[in-house]
Design a protein around this ligand. Structure first.
Ligand SMILES: Nc1ncnc2c1ncn2[C@@H]1O[C@H](COP(=O)(O)OP(=O)(O)OP(=O)(O)O)[C@@H](O)[C@H]1O
Ligand SMILES: [Mg+2]
Length: 506
């Protein structure tokens, strides 16, 4: 397993004056699972986009099987045996699985003679090798995110990829899907495929990878043998300091009921029951974690609390005041803030600057607006303060939000929402896609908010996060709360069982 299959030599990439990749060199061995680790904005996606021909390097060289290559676009990368599954999938929702997979093959010598039945057959054959089969005729919009990812992987294999790049493949998967995914990756590796995987999850690196390369601010830090390192050491290398994975919290003080949801019934976007008689009570000074498998009503729960979805029946009260079916603006005035599930669709306007995104709900208020005029200086000052406090990189108030890395986009939302000094924070997947250093930061921020006596409803698919942060845990299954417990009595096994609809007294 010692043959070097890919060699990146002295890769540098500048975006304007910003150095995203700074003289990076890296070699990947044939058949290995090689992890790329680095803080948000470290330049991981950029480096892999260069290998896949999507971004052209400012300088540097790429060698494949010892031969120098120039990869000008992704079609060329595919023809060289490189496949990539992106951080945000690139499938067309209204097309079938097969149509998506054969797309991009138009340049093959068969030209327009696309033989769909034969393609379907080939896809079935590839998919059968890797666990639950994908239906080649299903529309992308009809299949789960986990299945969509499998389609992306099958697509790469269909195009004969020998080297597979996976950019944060598990960020969007449920715990069960992550397990399946791990098996697929191991199997591919045993078949001789070379895998490069970008991930923020140290546990996953330990479980899957042979070697790990750590990048910091565009520069190479080290390449290590995973078996000979620990999660702590990996975190230390990437962040340059010790990272706390667990916090000691003082017991909650001033406990007063601040939010109550009584017998809530709500429908999902397809008009089917999503919340079925759900009741929750939230107290000041506590974090209530909602644990559950994706799709059991979490999104709708967040939506009814932020005014994005009306309930059919039931009652929502804040401090005894009825706030059922109030508008988002109204709930904002009631000091309920939220970190939304989908940062790009709901949390940010990507075409706006960072400074503009930081005043989305408050732009019409002083000091940002006076006599109907936006106060540019004040807006910029406000943004720069938040950028510093939340370590948004690069630290520019006037840069477009779309140019930030995923993790830094998330920091912009969190900075904005916490700056409103909310009584209640609805935090949905607040650390999705964040690096361990940033996760530690966000967790600290949430705990600090709690210590000020504020109430936090934490909705997360990450069990570790729920168990580490929460004072109380409620398990949601099929639109109902099926268990309530003190976090001190909780463990992963117990909650996992309840999340899957099981019972503790079977
Ligand atoms: N097209 C672009 N124009 C300007 N800057 C860019 C562009 N693409 C990336 N950058 C910048 O380059 C840096 C590296 O981005 P990249 O997406 O490679 O980070 P990453 O390591 O993948 O981070 P994350 O873990 O958050 O996904 C970021 O600071 C980003 O803002
Ligand atoms: Mg990235």
């Amino acid at each position: 397993m010692s043959e070097v299959i890919v060699e990146l030599k002295n890769i540098t990439k500048r975006f304007g004056s910003f150095l995203a990749n700074d003289n990076l060199s890296l070699s990947i061995k044939k058949g290995e699972i090689h992890a790329l680790l680095g803080e948000n904005g470290a330049g991981k996606s950029t480096l892999m986009n260069i290998l896949y021909g999507l971004v052209s390097p400012t300088s540097g060289e790429i060698f494949l099987h010892g031969k120098k290559v120039e990869i000008k676009n992704s079609l060329q990368a595919i023809s060289l045996g490189i496949g990539m599954v992106h951080q945000h999938f690139m499938l067309i929702e209204t097309f079938t699985v097969t149509e998506n997979i054969v797309l991009g093959r138009e340049t093959s010598r068969y030209g327009l003679l696309l033989d769909l039945p034969q393609a379907e057959h080939a896809i079935q054959k590839i998919s059968a090798e890797f666990g639950p089969a994908v239906n080649p005729r299903a529309k992308i919009s009809e299949i789960s995110v986990g299945m969509q990812q499998r389609v992306e992987i099958i697509k790469a294999l269909y195009h004969q990829a020998e080297i597979l790049i996976l950019d944060e493949p598990t960020a969007v998967l449920t715990p069960l899907e992550i397990e399946e995914f791990g098996k697929i990756i191991k199997r591919l590796s045993s078949l001789g495929k070379t895998i490069i995987i970008i991930t923020h999850k140290l546990k996953e690196i330990k479980a899957l990878a042979d070697r790990c390369t750590i990048i910091c601010k565009g520069k190479l830090v080290d390449t290590v043998e995973v078996a000979q390192t620990s999660e702590q050491e990996l975190a230390y290398k990437m962040v340059g300091r010790k990272v706390e994975f667990k916090f000691n919290k003082t017991p909650p003080s001033s406990q007063k009921k601040i939010l109550s949801l009584q017998n809530i019934v709500a429908l999902n976007k397809r008009g089917l029951p999503a919340l079925q008689n759900l009741s929750i009570e939230l107290y000041t000074g506590e974090i209530l974690g909602i644990a559950g498998i994706d799709g059991n009503g979490q999104s709708e729960l967040a939506e009814i609390l932020t005014g994005l979805r009306a309930i059919e029946s039931g009652k929502i009260e804040k401090n005894g005041e009825d706030i059922t079916n109030k508008s988002p603006a109204n709930l904002f005035l009631k000091k309920i803030s939220s970190i939304p599930e989908d940062r790009q669709k709901r949390g940010l306007v990507l075409d706006f600057s960072v400074a503009e995104n930081m005043i989305l709900q408050t732009h019409h208020l002083p000091p940002f607006s006076r006599l109907g005029f936006l106060q540019k200086d004040q807006i910029e000052k406000h943004a720069l303060q938040l950028i510093e406090r939340f370590d948004v990189r690069p630290p520019q108030a006037d840069g477009l939000t779309s140019a930030l890395s995923g993790g830094n986009q998330q920091k912009v939302i969190i900075a904005r929402e916490l700056s409103h000094d909310p009584d209640i924070l609805i935090a949905v997947q607040p650390t999705r896609g964040l690096d361990v250093g940033a996760i530690e930061y966000v967790h600290r921020a949430l705990i600090a908010l709690r210590s000020q006596g504020k109430a936090i409803l934490l909705i997360s698919l990450e069990l570790d996060e729920i168990i580490n942060l929460s004072d109380k845990i409620a398990v949601i299954f099929d639109g109902k709360i099926v268990a309530n417990m003190d976090a001190l009595d909780a463990d992963e096994k117990k909650i996992g069982l309840l999340m899957a609809g099981g019972s503790l007294h079977a």
